[in-house]
Structures are given as structure tokens and as C-alpha cells.
Design a protein around this ligand. Structure first.
Ligand code: ZN
Length: 192
């Protein structure tokens, strides 16, 4: 398992709701936490490790000592209250950062790994992180949420990721679109 980077097609896939959790998926989720810690991230969506399924993980401390959260089939409702701008980055766009305006407070409804319903009123970093991760599950990346003027600053960085992706594909380092969609169907037929 590895974290895929922009513009891998799975990052644009709208993830399918998860219907069941088994030992293999639990193992994948364990691996996701390890990958996230190694990359010093605080959140990771399933499609960032090429699993087209609707869940994400969070640990705001970015290390095993912190609280490990798993949000399955999450829904976010936007309460009253204002928005704020803050700098975001993404493990699928390493090295790129930019300002994104998001609601300050959100209510998150989801299921835990154990199948319990979770309802959480989040603010601060958790609210921002959850919105960023939920965007991933809908195929949305943080630059999509940046203003056109701010995006100019990272345009060159995005171009470099695209060029690198094309060259890795030319040398067989990335599967074809056809193989990627076969992989999606396989996972979706087992879990979605
Ligand atoms: Zn991200």
C-alpha cells in the first residue's frame, strides 16, 4: 500500500459507501495509519491509498499516541457560524500548500470501525481536517477550493506533478486507466 499522488485517477473517483468491514479491511486501515504517521499527516482518505471506499482516518497528533479516529460513510452538515481561511496541505500533493476558506464548525455523522453511530460537533483543526478528507471522498482536492488568484502560486507545482505522473506512466510505473477501473470494480464489488 502506498499514498497515491495527484493526478492519479482514483483521487477523482467519487467513493462508494462502505457496506461491510472485515479483517482484511481492518488490516488496510491499520496500514493507512502507519503510512499517515510516516508522512506526518493528520488525515488520510481511503481513495488516497487507492481504495475507492467511503471512509477516512484522522489523528490530529500525527503519531500513535494521539487519538485514532475512523469515519465510515461520513456526512457533514454545516451549522450556522462563520468561515475562516487557513493554509492546507495534502499527502497526495506533498510540498504544496495554499489558503482555503472553510466553515469553522461542522457536525460530522458517521460510523465507527465497530459499527457504532458517531455524531461529533467539531471545530478548529478537526473541522478543517474532516472537511478536507470528506472532499477527497467526493474527488475534490484542496486546490479546487482555492481562489483563482491563490491557485496561480501553486500552478507550477501542479504542472510538475502532472509531468511526473505522465513520465511514470510512460515507463509502466502507473497502471493504465483500464486497469485502474478494474481495480475500482473489484473493491466496490467486495465492500460497497
Ligand atoms: Zn488531502
Amino acid at each position: 500500500m502506498q499514498i497515491i499522488t495527484y493526478p492519479h485517477p482514483t483521487l477523482r473517483r467519487v467513493s462508494k459507501p462502505l457496506r461491510r468491514v472485515d479483517a482484511e479491511l481492518r488490516q488496510k486501515i491499520r496500514e493507512m495509519f502507519e503510512l499517515m504517521y510516516a508522512a506526518k499527516g493528520i488525515g488520510l482518505a481511503a481513495n488516497q491509498v487507492d481504495l475507492p471506499l467511503r471512509f477516512f482516518i484522522v489523528n490530529l497528533e500525527a503519531k500513535p499516541e494521539g487519538e485514532e479516529l475512523v469515519f465510515i460513510n461520513p456526512v457533514i452538515s454545516l451549522p450556522r457560524g462563520g468561515s475562516e481561511e487557513s493554509e492546507e496541505g495534502c499527502l497526495s500533493l506533498p510540498g504544496l500548500y495554499g489558503p482555503v476558506v472553510r466553515p469553522k464548525q461542522v457536525r460530522i455523522n458517521a460510523y465507527s470501525l465497530g459499527g457504532d453511530e458517531i455524531q461529533l460537533d467539531a471545530n478548529g483543526l478537526l473541522a478543517r481536517c474532516a472537511q478536507h478528507e470528506l472532499d477527497h471522498l467526493d474527488g475534490v482536492l484542496f486546490p479546487d477550493r482555492m481562489s483563482a488568484t491563490a491557485r496561480v502560486d501553486i500552478a507550477e507545482g501542479l504542472d510538475e506533478f502532472e509531468a511526473e505522473f505522465r513520465s511514470r506512466r510512460d515507463t509502466g510505473g502507473v497502471p493504465s486507466d483500464e486497469d485502474i477501473s478494474k481495480h475500482w470494480m473489484e473493491w466496490e464489488s467486495r465492500y460497497a
